[in-house]
Ligand binder design. Structure first.
Ligand SMILES: Nc1ncnc2c1ncn2[C@@H]1O[C@H](COP(=O)(O)OP(=O)(O)OP(=O)(O)O)[C@@H](O)[C@H]1O
Length: 477
């Protein structure tokens, strides 16, 4: 393993509060300083982030280092010639970064407020990489928007949209998140992680300090200081990340974009349980826990947490990378669907009892599926279901549809199941706006694609058949 270069920074004002959630506290008994790791050999393990120099590059060929990096787009070129002070009034500091600070600023033209992150160049390629990656990703609703970049001899100044509500970490210090709130947040987070991966970027530093909040509750992924671009199938090496959020494969060898899912799993654990899953008195102890500690989903800590949430966390924190849940699978996980996809239908508000009954039943559905396909599950839970459910709940139908999407099924069985479903009168009316048939076939196709060698005989599985009866029962029957 390559030697670590530990970058230490001063503790942010709020870092001491809620240190059980932050990466600054648990492993830092000796030093309260924030610790971020980066030890990567770009030339060996990581694709250079800059696009190759081409004749179409707008950069002057004699710009030396900057030309080599080729990382600034044409809109930035214009800003290079201007001083940030000519266009913005710089204000108070709102955060401290590795290479510089983040300040408020106000446009002289529109009067609108922004945040400006000033990164000291220091000859470090990572700074150029951060700018380039932010430009590459900017535009997604959950990536902090980069408005413009100014450059002087010592700094890059990144003018970004202002996330007025600050860091997710600070919200977490107010207490554990409800499952509803956590699911909405994780759905957006995983959506933006998926986008990053599709754009060939691995963030490598998913943690609540790097998730900023907007006044309307939207999240913005920020701080691409450790992000790298990665070609499909390429592996990274070298330790990078923040200790408590680092995936086990980062500590043991080569890794891929899946490290971001592990980081999001650690975050989800912290959101719901209120503490980090892998802790220790030293950096080494934290790493040892990441590599070896088995989460005990049956401990008292988990009592208020639904089985489905535990299931998702278990799948995100799966050490076997090939079995770790993917972003698409997370977005189709019953827990996410229950609280987000059909929010207006499944949780119409009025009755707490009713929504908790749905959760209970959903847990039952998930349990049964887990039993049917135990090899793909990282954990198993006790049944909390009861079989006398009402069948007129759209949310329940959605939830079951989602649950059944996790059944491992072979292609002939899939066809048989689809036939069964299509042949049933009234089914088309079950799910307003979206044909259940297409929903199921979509998900079953996904199951087929993602699961290798195992299939279950759905037609001979009583529980599955029972679900199907419910699934195809018209509303109110
Ligand atoms: N667009 C923004 N709007 C509001 N606050 C911001 C914004 N960008 C950054 N901040 C604040 O500044 C802090 C530091 O910014 P950032 O996360 O980019 O740096 P950092 O995590 O300290 O950087 P690094 O990890 O590279 O050292 C954030 O934690 C946040 O409080």
């Amino acid at each position: 393993m390559e030697s670590l270069r530990r970058k230490r920074k001063g503790v942010k004002a709020s870092a001491a509060i809620g240190s059980h959630l932050s990466d600054n506290g648990d492993h830092g008994r000796k030093s309260k300083k924030k610790c971020k790791l980066e030890s990567c050999d770009d030339k060996r393990g990581i694709l250079m982030t800059a696009p190759p120099s081409t004749s179409s590059s707008p950069l002057s060929p004699n710009r030396g280092h900057k030309r080599k990096l080729g990382c600034i787009d044409s809109s930035t070129q214009i800003r290079r010639k201007k001083k940030i002070e000519n266009e913005y009034v710089l204000g108070a500091s709102i955060g401290q970064g590795k290479f510089g600070s983040v300040r408020l600023c106000r446009s002289k033209v529109t009067g609108k407020e922004f945040a400006v992150k000033s990164l000291k160049k220091n000859g470090e390629e990572s700074v150029h990489r951060e700018v380039e990656i932010m430009q590459h990703l900017s535009g997604h609703p959950n990536v902090v928007m980069l408005r413009s970049v100014f450059e002087d001899s010592e700094n890059f100044h990144l003018v970004m949209e202002l996330c007025k509500e600050g860091r997710l970490l600070d919200k977490m210090k107010e207490g554990r998140f409800s499952e509803q709130r956590a699911a909405c947040l994780v759905k957006d987070l995983v959506g933006v992680i998926k986008y990053c991966h599709e754009m060939g970027v691995v963030h490598r530093d998913i943690k609540p300090e790097n998730i900023l909040m907007m006044a309307d509750g939207a999240i913005k992924l920020a701080d691409f200081g450790l992000a790298v671009r990665l070609a499909s199938g390429q592996k990274l090496s070298g330790i990078a990340g923040s200790p408590a959020y680092v995936a086990p494969e980062v500590l043991t060898g080569h890794y891929s974009e899946k490290v971001d899912i592990w980081g999001a799993g650690v975050l989800l654990h912290a959101l719901l349980v209120g503490v980090l899953p892998f802790q220790g008195d030293s950096l080494e102890a934290v790493f040892e826990a990441i590599k070896t500690v088995e989460l005990d989903f049956h401990s008292g800590l988990w009592e208020p947490i639904s089985d489905l949430a535990r299931d998702l966390i278990g799948r995100m924190l799966t050490r076997d990378v090939s079995k770790r849940i993917t972003p698409d699978e997370i977005l189709r996980h019953p827990w996410i669907l229950l609280y987000t996809e059909s929010k207006s239908k499944a949780l119409p508000s009025k009755s707490k009892t009713r929504s908790s009954a749905i959760v209970q039943r959903l847990n039952f559905a998930a349990l049964s599926i887990t039993k049917s396909s135990s090899s793909s599950s990282s954990s198993s839970f006790g049944s909390s279901g009861d079989k006398s459910e009402e069948q007129d709940e759209y949310g329940f139908v959605d939830a079951l549809a989602a649950a059944i999407s996790r059944v491992q099924i072979s292609e002939p069985k899939r066809s048989r199941l689809c036939l069964q479903l299509t042949g049933t009168a009234g089914m088309a009316h079950l799910h307003e706006g979206q044909p259940l048939y297409s929903f199921l076939t979509q998900n079953l196709t996904w199951c087929k694609a993602s699961i290798s060698d195992e299939s279950i005989d759905i037609s001979s599985n009583k529980r599955c058949r029972w679900w199907l009866i419910i699934l195809v029962a018209p509303k109110g029957s």
